[in-house]
Design a protein around this ligand. Structure first.
Ligand code: GAL
Length: 637
């Protein structure tokens, strides 16, 4: 590790039984020794609280800490993350091991920080009596009166009117139960996870004020409201595993989008706590990262705001469920191709350090990214293909193809700094958010919404206004009818984003949009759809509101749409690059740095500003730069 230029490791995140072999008896000697060995070689340690895997003694003594299924069975012990979060015993055991670790390591100069638990959120939901009672209490606190809960959940439907708080049952079939109940249950479960983490953080903060506290998030995972989970941390870290299936740009851009989501959680740079370093899986393997690929995967994250990274794992385990999760080293422990590449990456990161210090991604474009809409759409997607990240991805990928930085922002966050805001699949829209967007457009912002926008309010009741509700005037349209295009139905649309009209294909879903004041940028040609628009633009105040009421089959459509939006918002890219070469910039502290990431397996030539320093090669640029397969260039502008 030392030879490869590594300077941090993370350890102990599943080592509960090794640190507390029986309740209340702690053994840290083995860990002290490793921390010291590493410390002597200039390698600092991040410690994980170990609560994501339960020691067998916890089960022997306290069987009630295991998750209970909706039919009343306790899960079998032996996996990870199977604890009930309302179990007082579990919370106490978690506090105790956290406190014991914190007390033991608070003054250890080689321990620089903490990771809470591990990838919070992969838990099955628990349906035990305690969870049910806690859910009822949480609801009482939220709604105050049963009458208000009954109104917010529309319980006059299907005879659900509650006469007593104790009658409320957690839902388990999210495509059949009352969607309002499902939404609050998801919120409750997310809140439980956040509370659990907070209990650990409070201990770490009190005892270890000089060590940071972070958590390893899972990128585009959306079962937990990550904005809330991030709130109590110093910074966000995340685990990046983009190597699955054939190498393709969707995976590459999903890793970019995840990074932007992670940066958006606290609106600051993040760390990578687990970075792909080999072929991985629990039973079957993924493909092996190809020559140059793990370096490329790592540097892409720095282009999006990473400040540090840890590979996972260092060496493939010879034991246990994760034997196939290959790391920098294989089972034989011999430094090989991946080791050499990790060492090269470490050299690159040391070189980049001075150029990136004080910089972050600055974006003119924001996408509103909302966990509550994801949850609500998961119960009622309206059309089968409505997958949140695919919907966002169509715009996101086109923006990235255009070389434009993107921020992912929480609903309600101030939008004034952005020239262009997109709200794909933003299904739950409170009136306050609608008013904020309305004001944003009138004050000069360019905004785009699409199908299923603002259908519901915060408890999941359908708004009674004609869609798009409070934004009808700003968007200059009315939508009285809409449909899913099932069974392969396709409509033709004529799109006017180019000099000559282009024919495109509408799939999956169609709003029947009646323009009031909006211009029609694309309209349907099928006989019964001719009165309706597919894409509209409305000038409103100093800004413009766009609406796209369908999904278009051809990705080129999204490139044309993004071009139109960027022109309208007066945003230009730093440079243009060939397809498959991702362009990003970071700036701050008087510096501006351009990243070019070649995601392809071909050599690419990119036109760049001449006379600048290409930092990784330490060369002055000519008018173009050559990037080998999976190569990355970083240019100081
Ligand atoms: C992650 C986890 C790691 C490791 C990896 C492979 O979810 O954080 O500790 O378990 O998966 O299974």
């Amino acid at each position: 590790m030392q030879k490869a230029g590594f300077n941090i490791v993370r350890m102990a995140e599943f080592a509960w039984v090794n640190m507390e072999p029986e309740e209340g008896r702690y053994e840290f000697g083995w860990l002290d020794e490793i921390i010291e060995i590493l410390g002597k070689r200039g390698i600092k340690t991040i410690l994980g609280t170990p609560t994501a895997a339960l020691p067998p003694w916890t089960l022997r003594k306290y069987p009630e800490i295991m998750v209970q299924t909706p039919t009343g069975q306790r899960l079998t012990w032996g996996m990870r993350k199977h604890n009930c979060f309302t179990s007082g015993v579990f919370r106490l055991l978690s506090e105790r091991i956290t406190r014991a670790m914190a007390q033991h390591y608070k003054d250890n100069p080689n321990v620089i920080g903490w990771q809470t638990d591990n990838e919070i959120g992969g838990h099955p939901m628990c349906y035990c009596h305690s969870c049910r009672a806690n859910f009822q209490d949480w609801l009482k606190n939220k709604y105050k009166t049963l009458a208000e809960l009954n109104r917010a959940w529309g319980t006059h439907f299907w005879s659900q009117g509650f006469g007593d708080w104790s009658e409320i049952v957690p839902p388990d079939k999210f495509d059949e139960h009352n969607p309002h109940t499902c939404l609050d249950w998801k919120r409750f479960f997310s809140w439980l996870n956040v509370r659990f983490q907070k209990e650990q953080i409070d201990i770490l903060r009190a005892l270890c004020p000089n060590q940071f506290v972070t958590h390893n998030f899972m990128g585009l995972f959306s079962e937990i409201n990550y904005y809330d989970l991030a709130e109590d941390l110093d910074f966000v870290s995340w685990d990046n595993y983009p190597v699955s299936g054939k190498p393709d740009m969707t995976n590459n851009y999903n890793a970019a989008m995840a990074a932007d989501v992670m940066r958006g959680l606290k609106r600051r740079n993040f760390w990578i706590m687990e970075q792909t370093s080999g072929s991985h899986g629990w039973g079957t393997l993924s493909r092996n990262p190809r020559p140059g690929e793990i370096r490329k995967i790592a540097l892409q994250q720095f282009a999006h705001g990473a400040e540090a990274q840890v590979w996972f794992p260092w060496r493939a385990c010879t034991v246990g469920r994760e034997q196939y999760w290959h790391g920098i080293l294989g089972h034989d422990g011999k430094p090989g191709r991946r080791y050499q590449e990790a060492a090269q990456t470490a050299r690159d990161l040391h070189t980049l350090d001075e150029h990136l210090k004080g910089t972050t991604v600055r974006a003119d474009v924001a996408i509103i990214y909302d966990y509550e809409s994801v949850w609500a759409l998961s119960f009622q997607p309206a059309y089968d293909e409505n997958k949140y990240h695919q919907v966002i991805g169509r715009y996101y990928q086109a923006l990235r193809r255009a070389g434009i930085n993107v921020d992912m922002v929480r609903p309600g966050q101030d939008l004034a700094g952005y020239k262009l805001v997109l709200a794909p699949d933003l299904y739950i829209v409170r009136d306050s958010l609608a008013s904020q967007i309305d004001a944003y457009i009138r004050n000069g912002g360019v905004f785009l919404a699409d199908g299923r926008f603002a259908v519901k309010d915060e408890t999941g009741l359908c708004h009674v206004r004609t869609l798009p509700g409070l934004l009808a005037e700003a968007l200059g349209i009315e939508i009285e009818e809409y449909e899913a295009l099932r069974g392969g139905i396709e409509y033709q649309i004529e799109e006017h984003l180019h000099r000559a009209p282009v024919t495109r294909t509408a799939i999956h879903y169609a709003d029947w949009i009646k323009p009031t004041t909006a211009l029609v940028l694309a309209g349907y040609t099928d006989w019964h759809m001719q009165p309706y628009a597919a894409l509209t633009r409305n000038q409103c105040g100093k800004g413009a509101g766009y609406y796209l009421g369908t999904i278009v089959k051809e990705p080129a459509f999204y490139d044309a749409l993004i071009r139109e939006l960027l022109e309208s918002a007066k945003i230009t890219a730093e440079i243009t690059a060939p397809e498959g070469v991702e362009v990003s910039t970071r700036e701050g502290a008087g510096k501006k740095v351009l990243f070019l990431v070649n995601h392809t397996e071909q050599c690419q030539t990119v036109n760049v500003p001449a006379g600048k320093c290409e930092v990784l090669r330490n060369k002055t640029t000519g008018s173009a730069i050559e990037l080998a397969a999976y190569d990355v260039a970083v240019i100081r502008l």
